[in-house]
Write a new protein. Structure first.
Lengths: 136, 136
C-alpha cells in the first residue's frame, strides 16, 4: 500500500483571497480552481507544483475544523494527503497495524476524490489523509 | 522563479527511530539516509514518495530550532521546501515583493543543497524553504 506520491498539502489560511495573491504573485504558482466543500465547511483554492497540489483552506464558519485549527494553532500547514491506489485496502492495512482512523470508510473530498483521514495521535502529530480516484 | 516541485517536507518528531518505524512499517516507505546536520542541531531521516522527500527531524538538543518547535507546538509538519532553479534570484525576487527572509543568503543544508528560509509571518504561517543544487 505504498503511497505513489503526495497528492496535496492542505494549508489553513484566514483569508483565501490574500493567500491566493501570495501564492500567485510571490511564488509564481497559478490558482486553477476554487471550490467550496460544504461537508468540511471550507472554501478551497488549488495550485499545482510538480506532481503535488497545494490546497488552501479557508473556514466558512468559526466552528468548522479549519476554524478551530486556526484558533488553536494559527495559520499553517494542516495536513498531508498521500495518493494511494486503493484507499479501502490502505485503510484496512494501517488499521491492522494499530493506526487510529478518523474515517473508517472513505468519503467524498474535493476534486472528486475518495478521501479518509488518519488520526494525528497515531501518525507522530501529522494529520494524514489518504486519497484515491473513485472506483467506477 | 516558479518552484519546480516540492523538494521535501520537514516533519518534527520526538524520536527518530520510532518515527522511521512508522513511515517504513505502516506507510511502506523506505528510509534511504540518516544524516546529522550540526548547524541545525538535528538528526534527519529521509524517505522518498514520488518526487518529494520526507525529512524527519529529531532535535539533538532541547534548545535547537526543532526542540523549541516541538515544545511550543508538539510534533508535526515543520516546513515546506520548494525546489527552485536559482536560489539567489528566487530570494531576491520574493524579498522585492515584501517577504521577510530568515536567510538573506543561501547556506548549506542536508543532502548537499543550498537552502534558505522565508519567515512564516510573510508566508501565511508556513515556514517555507527554498533549495537548489549548488552552483559549480
Amino acid at each position: 500500500m505504498i503511497p505513489t506520491h503526495i497528492e496535496h498539502l492542505g494549508i489553513a489560511v484566514n483569508n483565501l483571497d490574500e493567500a491566493i495573491n501570495y501564492y500567485e504573485d510571490v511564488l509564481g504558482l497559478k490558482c486553477y480552481s476554487i471550490e467550496e466543500v460544504q461537508d468540511q465547511k471550507v472554501r478551497t483554492a488549488f495550485f499545482k507544483v510538480g506532481e503535488t497540489k497545494i490546497e488552501l483552506l479557508e473556514s466558512t464558519t468559526p466552528d468548522g475544523p479549519i476554524g478551530k485549527f486556526i484558533e488553536k494553532r494559527g495559520q499553517g500547514i494542516h495536513h498531508i494527503a498521500f495518493a494511494v491506489n486503493d484507499i479501502n485496502t490502505s485503510l484496512k492495512t494501517v488499521k491492522e497495524k494499530g493506526v487510529r482512523l478518523i474515517d473508517e470508510e472513505p468519503r467524498p473530498g474535493a476534486e472528486s476524490l475518495d478521501i479518509a483521514f488518519l488520526h494525528p495521535k497515531s501518525t507522530f502529530g501529522v494529520l494524514t489523509e489518504f486519497c484515491s480516484k473513485k472506483a467506477n
